[in-house]
Ligand binder design. Sequence first.
Ligand SMILES: Nc1ncnc2c1ncn2[C@@H]1O[C@H](COP(=O)(O)OP(=O)(O)OP(=O)(O)O)[C@@H](O)[C@H]1O
Ligand SMILES: [Mg+2]
Length: 551
Amino acid sequence: MMTTKNQYKTFSIPTSLYPFYATSVLTKSEKPAYEIDISSLIPKDIKKDLKENDIKLDIPKTKVFIKFNKEKNLYEYIMVEPVIGRKTFNIYMNLLSVIERNLLSKSKHIELGKILMEIAEEDSEVFEDENMTTLSEPYKKAMYYVVRNLFGYNIITPLLFDTNLEDISINGINEPLYVYHKNYEYIPTNIILKRRIELFGMKIDGSKILDELVLRFTSLSNKTISIANPMIDGVLPAGDRVAATFRMEVSPKGSSLVIRRFPENPLTILDLINSNTLSPEVAAYLWYALDQRMPFMVIGLTGSGKTTLLGALLNLVKPSWKIITIEDIPEINIAQDNWIQLVARPVYGELGKEVSLMDLLKLSLRYRPDMIVVGEIRGEEAYVLFQAISTGHGGATTFHAYDSKSAIQRLLNEPLNIPREWIPTMNLIIDVRRMSLPSKNKVTLRRRIFAIDEVVSVDELRRTVSWDPKEDKHNIDYNSMVVLRRITAEIGIDFEQVKEELERRSEFLRLLASSKKLTSTKESYRLLKKYIIMYSGDPDVALKEARKLSK
Ligand SMILES: Nc1ncnc2c1ncn2[C@@H]1O[C@H](COP(=O)(O)OP(=O)(O)OP(=O)(O)O)[C@@H](O)[C@H]1O
Ligand SMILES: [Mg+2]
């Protein structure tokens, strides 16, 4: 073996490369809930290099167990990475130093294939087979950490690849890291950054790993964080949101970091139908109301799915419409051609001026949009949005509120001060909620449209949709659709026709929702748009096509 026992005691490597890993006392026979593959981190040219040398890298997968902890009465997220023994550790350290040398030479990228062949000249245990194509177990394990640390984000890398997680939250040093799991809400993990971490004599302060992660994510979001300015809120290149605090300036437990994942493929109205967030009938109603330019507002508490529903509905907008979205953080992603996306920005350096939602909203009125969408109303932009709607613009937004009554109260009062007469210009209030529902002797989280109200006047709401918790289904009341009835009557459509159209649309959506192609691929939301365009051209043809789909 080329390495001696204590060779690395004094060897220092960058914090980001420290091979800190998560393990657990689980027995080997237990089956993980699922596994995570981080190999897509490997850059293309390195993959090419490996291929040229005929080497398969298959690094191990990270295992995830979700266990109920009876004592604490909660679920725990247990991440298990390959265990590093002395041998793997030495291999890892050696790989790093050879890689470093390779980078210092003139090579453009890490010539991993060449490096492995080179090491194999001295160490007969690099490969498992004589053809030198498959790495031996210890090398696979060591490569796992090379990939994780060199191209990823140390111990949180696998979490970033777990598509079940909506966010990842590091609350400080010596605290378990929390994840927000689709089915379990916030649950603790077995990952704890301790003050003292030690691996084979190599000691590190976990807060260094944490600070380093904060610095990296901050710079990735094009911001800076420091003792002088210890707090950031930003967006990562892939659209994920990041918020962080630095060291102990404002967070006594040390740096904190929250990464909120941006869903890769936006959930479409079909996904929401399939997960029973709403029924095809309710979706048809909202789609039709949207076509009638009825302004709407999605309300609910934090994380209830407001922005998701707003985005899904916007994807149903007529192709001929011009949409402007105005947001603090770009979240809405729609397949509309005539779409202007505006994003507010904070004060920029010393000279740059702040551009607020309000500034953008005022500007957008000059762009002659068919529909103005404000991601979320919180301050003075609420007034401008209502003003725009009350002068005949189409509009939509989300608003943080428990239910429609309290939403209206908040709109009327300080600091928003929306005039009473403007309230009914927001024709629809859609109330979304996140609830725990029992299913197969375990409780899981579900998001549901809880109610939809048509706003007749500031004191008169008509409930057109209500969710029945016993049956977990949506009841729709056509008789209460007084605002829709008034609006359609004004253009000479009688309500029987409206109902027929709603039925046709719900049939159409039901068919689309049962198609695999439209619900399970990356391109689903774009494909859905094609069908919506088809429908707006000729509903009967579109319906025929939809029937073909589901066969
Ligand atoms: N109907 C749904 N079914 C499954 N997952 C959903 C649903 N709606 C939203 N989600 C997921 O829940 C998370 C939060 O959703 P979203 O951002 O839409 O909530 P929000 O109410 O706008 O939150 P905030 O109050 O922070 O603005 C996202 O990760 C999203 O993918
Ligand atoms: Mg939101």
